[in-house]
Design a binder for this molecule. Sequence first.
Ligand code: 1GP
Length: 254
Amino acid sequence: MNILNRIKDKAGKGKKSLAVLIDPDKLQGAVEFRKMLFSASEQQVDYFLVGGSLISKGNLRKVVQAVKEYSNIPVVLFPGSYHQIDGQADALLFLSLISGRNPEYLIGQHVVAAPMLKESGIEVIPTGYLLVGAENQSSVAYISNTSPIPREKTDLATCTAIAGQMLGMQLIYLEAGSGASHPVPPEMISMVNDQLNIPLIVGGGLNTVEKACRALESGADMIVIGNAIERSPTFLNELAAGVAQYNASLNIHE
Ligand code: 1GP
């Protein structure tokens, strides 16, 4: 089963997925990194997302290789630009920044990436990417030169997500920005989820188990965690336990 169908299948059963974001520029030592990969495998993390708004150290290939070598968790590229493509990955989120009005991130980068992606044979997943939060608070807003949807403008987020689905996008990603002090508000997640029949990913600022579980309860099908795991490797265990408990409480049989 390809990655999109795996995501859809799990979401269709009402089960939640956990993805860990690896920013190749923020790696600590090789030993710590390997430990995290082993621990993620033990904790049954569903996906590794690899990428970042700005990657300058040329580590992407090494990271993808290491993840493949030390875990059997699928690698999904989460590119900040067309430079972040690696054919060894299992899939790529083909992100269109639909909360913004910068043509470069709506279609421009995609045109440059398209022939490389075709050549690589990687699974490409059209994804509507919505940035939520305060103006210029996140790296994504700064680098993409776009205005995020204000946190209280639930209607704007909802209409944008519906438009993304109508345009044929297969996933919607609500992003508060890596390291955000406030995650996407639960009311917004809930309202957006009510209007969609494609899986909803939520990330940014989910730095406690409570915040992560709240996002799941509000309707996220998948949550993405980066910073909190980089800061504290034990957080991954707590978080995975929280997600597993949540899934078990749904009492759904595979
Ligand atoms: C960023 O949503 C991800 O795209 C992860 O954010 O680093 O805040 O967990 P954090």
